[in-house]
Design a protein. Structure first.
Length: 163
């Protein structure tokens, strides 16, 4: 893609394209192009500062004077599809588990994902945050909880019959 002199991209354009592209070369070029078009439309600097403020507030970028750092760990959290369900899991019908969770209101979308996931696995709701179903739960589920930052808010208990 060719840029004219008036459509040259700045270092800041490249930084934004890198942050928002999700490592897709196609999206990277598309973001650079759209930023150049916006600059031609006299985009106000205040809008850009607002975008940077939001990225900083979410913890995706951090600054130390004139140097801007990308926080890869926080960036990874936003790249995860929140509505992606783990499918094709085979459970042991002889082993029951009790799943309990207490996820803060600020992570409502994550809590909704968790409820949809365990509904997909045919868990039965005892209370809004207490569910019973078959286990053991897959490792992918535990990895996803860690990626979403809620592994400390979710507890899984094995149910054993007393003899």
């Amino acid at each position: 893609m060719c840029y004219t002199v008036s459509m040259e991209s700045t270092t800041l354009d490249h930084l934004i394209a890198l942050l928002l592209s999700g490592r897709s070369a196609y999206m990277y070029r598309r973001i650079l192009w759209s930023r150049a078009i916006e600059r031609q439309k006299n985009l106000k600097a205040g809008n850009f500062r607002q975008h940077l403020y939001r990225l900083h507030k979410k913890g995706i970028i951090e600054s130390n004077g004139d140097i801007i750092y990308i926080n890869q760990k926080n960036l990874q959290k936003f790249k995860i599809k929140k509505n992606f369900l783990i499918k094709n899991v085979i459970f042991n019908k002889n082993q029951k588990v009790l799943l309990s969770f207490d996820i803060p209101e600020t992570k409502k979308a994550t809590r909704d994902w968790l409820r949809n996931q365990i509904r997909h696995w045919d868990f039965e709701m005892i209370h809004k945050s207490l569910w019973v179903g078959y286990g053991p739960l897959p490792r992918e589920f535990n990895m996803r909880l860690k990626q979403l930052g809620i592994e400390k808010n979710v507890r899984v208990f094995k149910i054993v019959k007393a003899s």
